[in-house]
Design a protein around this ligand. Structure first.
Ligand SMILES: [Zn+2]
Length: 262
């Protein structure tokens, strides 16, 4: 991108002019002679054989006015014009740079950590993707205003039955499994605890279940912890597939990461 274009793109109401300089009016052999002159460059001096351009009448008038103004400020020769041109080229960058710095600052991006504007833009992308996430929050998030859960005997008995049949089906040792008679123990446990995985409260919309600590063993009293339906949330809810790369998707879907189904 050219400096002039950057100044235009990143500054509201582009008002700083980029100066003009006749790069081809001198060479390494005559630079001192040419730049020490005090009369203005001619229009032909601004011809560019590289860009195949000539200065317009209007731009040349602007140049002459700059020179006239500089002469009023004790400017003597073309070296002084060169200095003026260089300063103008530097000055024109200040507003675009301030605009970019302010833009990054808004997203709390440390520009010194990145090598390029592309890397900074990428950082903004991540800021936008994570802006709603509360690092201390509980995910997945849902509003649950239903009544606080209390264990009923019926519910407990059906759970006990369910755990036993699961363990038998999976050929796990169920000798020490929780029993109907553990009702009071678990009633108190559910009353006084939150989900051990996500910390959610137990309610009638978010009923507790017993999560096995060691998945190879049965639902014995010392191998279970109270948890909510979060362990049954599909990975797709936790990590929308569209946000993941193919290889990471397959990693998540591999057996290691498959959520436990109690
Ligand atoms: Zn949970």
């Amino acid at each position: 991108m050219e400096l002039k274009q950057a100044a235009k793109d990143f500054v509201n109401g582009f008002d700083d002019r980029k100066g003009m300089f006749p790069y081809e009016a001198f060479n390494i052999d005559n630079v001192y002679e040419v730049l020490s002159k005090s009369e203005p460059f001619t229009m032909e001096d601004f011809n560019s054989s590289l860009k195949k351009t000539k200065i317009s009448e209007l731009d040349y008038q602007i140049y002459l006015e700059d020179v006239k103004r500089l002469h009023q400020h004790r400017v003597k020769n073309r070296w002084d014009y060169l200095q003026f041109y260089d300063e103008q080229d530097t000055y024109i960058m200040i507003k675009p740079l301030m605009t970019l710095i302010n833009l990054q600052f808004k997203y709390k991006i440390d520009m010194f950590s990145f090598m390029s504007m592309e890397a900074c833009s990428n950082a903004i992308k991540y800021v936008k993707a994570y802006e709603d996430i509360d690092v201390n929050g509980v995910y997945p998030k849902f509003e649950d205003n239903s009544q606080k859960f209390y264990l009923t005997e019926n519910y407990w008995q059906s759970k006990v039955k369910g755990y036993l049949s699961q363990d038998k089906h999976q050929k796990r040792d169920s000798t020490n499994n929780v029993q109907d008679s553990d009702y009071n123990y678990f009633k108190q446990l559910f009353k006084g605890s939150n989900c051990s995985i996500c910390g959610c409260k137990f309610t009638f919309d978010n009923k507790p279940t017993l999560d096995k600590i060691d998945n190879s063993k049965g639902h014995s009293k010392d191998n279970v912890q109270p948890c909510c339906s979060c362990t049954r949330v599909s990975l797709d809810n936790l990590y929308p597939q569209s946000t993941l790369t193919k290889s990471y998707q397959s990693y998540l879907n591999s057996s290691q990461m498959t959520p436990k189904l109690n």
